[in-house]
Design a protein around this ligand. Structure first.
Ligand SMILES: Nc1ncnc2c1ncn2[C@@H]1O[C@H](COP(=O)(O)OP(=O)(O)OP(=O)(O)O)[C@@H](O)[C@H]1O
Length: 639
């Protein structure tokens, strides 16, 4: 869930929206409503409808239990939404019917009778959402019955469940007005769309603002969310683009004490348009600017204080005798030291392994303040503490928007672990190169050319920094899509920086496995594989970078160049067919075409066999920032 704005989303009405697990893993949402239990009440056999995600009658939705658990473990609340647009499929006919439905929901999806048949397997959801659009009665009774069941469980087991609702913005809501009058709802996502009388009209927030006031004042005990469509196609009317939302609408709604965030209909539209990605990005950059001002003022204050202390210290120094021999700090300035029991606690005893790299296994975890982290437990690390700390200190000093931040380390007995900021969107490999269908399906739409270009230039800037622009002077020597991680906004961050230096790699076994891995990955420069091509240096990273960029182009275009499959042949093919290739990508506008052409020309320069022909990373950044008209192709592909 975002630190900046809480977003509730509806998931389940379109198989192409990607899995529930992936939806939660985007880190964009705080609440996911499973949509919908579309048949219930008045003697009907209740039925789930989750589009083509799974088939409830055959028990096919039980497999969602693991995905729900994965969402919950990352802090996302998962609710079952009942009702929806299939108006003939549900209603409540009496008080006893409402009580029976409440008991069914409790036993089947929440903390009730475990022996009931459970379409979502052993998942215990976080609550029930009422999306009741049909004329209705007895939903106040349903709310009271559910709440008393919740309360029984809370008394016994201390678990809290939620009750939420999605009324329309005309106040009071025709279907849910009475239920909301009970004051029993935790969150209410009011639909400010398909309702011209109270939704946003271009340039006019008046109607929305006055309906918002009525809703927030009438529900003092609930947090109220602004419900919006995530794309123009998601509703007949009421779409507000992200820039307008941030500049005109949020300032009106955020003033309410019980403003909770926004609700979006629905995940599939949000995935198509990137609405919430853009929203989170804008809000985070606003927060950052605000924080920068505060930090700037604080830094100025600290500097003043520091100067004062130095002055006092220098005045008194001559009376203090000879200084003590230098102790040397083993801990890099900004790095926190963790004990091995703290690492165990933050990873919940190494419960969630993210993967295993050649230098150790990586686990997901949480710091005490709730921040998610990735903990790399090193194997074969250097046993000399001082040597280890020397290496880790130089990594810890680095700070660049395109390098994964190292937050802390553990160095206790044999345990050596590195604690990194967690990157919720995994690696570029899984976005751009995965053969896993579900991942492809979920993310293919993100990978429009502009995004890929943004990733390419971000990685270039990160490498430029490592190579010395930030005085880091670090070689990566393992640049590949696996080691480019993507944060919440898909901003690329280079990972594994300096890690090989922390580990012994001079034993034969690890050398052999490294070489194998290298053969497999194929991103290494010729000189890394054989010294007859010269010494390894920063241009070796340039080579791997260039190959990676060309592979990104290949993966995105999915182009068939005949029998040819290797990167090198693809590069040769691109070299010979550059304009033809750019023309062949039909959806490319002139501007996008230029970005793609720049990526290709830069890539071709970077993979020159002779190191002297390859540009430096600073030059790569310059080339990417220029126009393709100013860039020439190399004379040959590999010279
Ligand atoms: N900061 C992080 N946030 C999220 N996932 C991470 C983070 N760091 C590593 N991972 C994930 O952990 C797994 C292992 O990563 P690691 O960097 O150790 O290995 P690798 O890059 O796959 O292989 P190698 O180290 O052999 O090059 C990968 O799936 C990676 O995406």
């Amino acid at each position: 869930a975002s630190d900046d704005i809480k977003i509730a989303i509806y998931w389940g009405q379109d198989g192409s929206e990607g899995s529930l697990r992936d939806t939660c893993a985007t880190g964009l949402y705080a609440y996911v409503n499973l949509a919908f239990l579309s048949t219930f009440g008045d003697g009907r056999t209740p039925a789930l409808n989750l589009a083509n995600h799974c088939d409830p009658p055959s028990g096919g939705c039980a497999s969602l239990a693991a995905e729900i658990a994965s969402c919950q473990s990352s802090g996302v609340k998962v609710l079952l939404s009942i009702g929806g647009g299939a108006l003939g499929g549900y209603n409540l006919s009496s008080l006893s019917d409402a009580q029976a439905v409440a008991t069914y929901l409790w036993d089947t999806f929440l903390g009730g009778n475990a022996t009931a048949s459970r379409p979502l397997g052993d998942a215990v959801l976080d609550g029930i959402d009422l999306d009741i659009e049909a004329p209705s009665q007895y939903y106040d009774d349903l709310a009271r019955s559910l709440t008393s069941l919740y309360k029984g469980d809370a008394d016994a087991r201390g678990r809290a469940y939620m009750l939420t609702a999605a009324p329309q913005c005309p106040f009071p809501d025709a279907s849910l007005g009475e239920a909301l009058g009970t004051g029993l709802f935790d969150h209410v996502w009011v639909q400010f769309y398909n309702n011209p009388g109270c939704q946003y009209a271009p340039g006019d927030v008046g109607a929305l603002g006055s309906a918002w006031r009525e809703w927030t004042e009438s529900l003092p005990g609930a947090s109220v969310f602004l419900g919006l469509p995530a794309s123009l196609d998601a509703a007949g009317s009421g779409f507000v683009d992200v820039d307008t939302l941030v500049s005109q609408v949020l300032p009106v709604v955020e003033g309410a004490n019980n403003y909770g965030g926004i609700m979006l209909w629905s995940r599939s539209y949000d995935k198509d348009t990137g609405f919430s990605v853009k929203l989170q990005r804008i809000l985070q950059s606003q927060n950052k600017n605000h924080t920068d001002i505060i930090v700037g003022a604080a830094v100025a204050g600290v500097l003043l204080l520091f100067m004062l202390i130095c002055t006092c210290f220098l005045c008194h120094k001559k009376y203090r005798g000879t200084p003590r021999p230098e102790e040397g700090s083993l801990t890099a300035p900004a790095l926190k030291r963790y004990t091995d029991s703290e690492v165990e606690r933050m990873t919940k005893s190494y419960a969630h392994k993210l993967g295993n790299g050649s230098n150790g296994d990586v686990y997901r975890g949480n710091l005490r303040d709730g921040r998610q982290v990735a903990v790399k437990v090193l194997k074969n690390s250097k046993s000399d503490d001082k040597e280890f700390m020397g290496e880790v200190a130089s990594v810890g000093r680095m700070s660049h928007v395109n390098v994964v931040p190292l937050l802390g380390i553990c160095l206790q007995g044999p345990t050596r672990a590195l604690v990194y900021e967690y990157m919720p969107n995994g690696s570029l490999e899984s976005y751009a190169f995965s053969n896993n269908d579900s991942v492809q399906e979920n993310y293919s739409l993100w990978l429009y050319w502009e995004k890929l270009f943004g990733i390419a230039i971000g990685v270039a800037r990160g490498l430029e920094y490592l190579h010395g622009q930030g005085n880091a002077n670090i070689l990566h020597l393992n640049v590949k899509p696996h080691n480019v991680l993507l944060d919440q906004e898909l901003c690329p961050k280079i990972s594994d920086v300096g890690v090989p230096n922390l580990c012994h790699d001079n034993d034969k076994e690890s050398k052999r496995s490294t070489a194998d891995a290298r053969d497999r990955d194929g991103y290494d420069a010729p000189e890394v594989l054989s010294r007859k091509f010269g010494a390894v240096g920063s241009k070796s990273d340039v080579y791997s970078y260039g190959l990676m960029v060309l592979e990104m182009v290949r993966a995105k275009s999915n182009i068939n160049v005949g029998e040819v499959t290797t990167s090198k042949y693809f590069a040769q093919w691109l070299y010979e067919h550059l304009d033809q290739f750019c023309d062949s990508i039909s959806d490319i506008s002139g501007e996008t075409r230029d970005l793609v052409k720049r990526m290709i020309i830069v890539g071709l320069w970077c993979i020159q066999t002779a190191q002297t022909n390859r540009p430096s990373m600073s030059r790569v950044v310059e080339m990417l920032e220029s126009s393709s008209i100013d860039l020439e192709l190399p004379v040959r592909i590999s010279s």
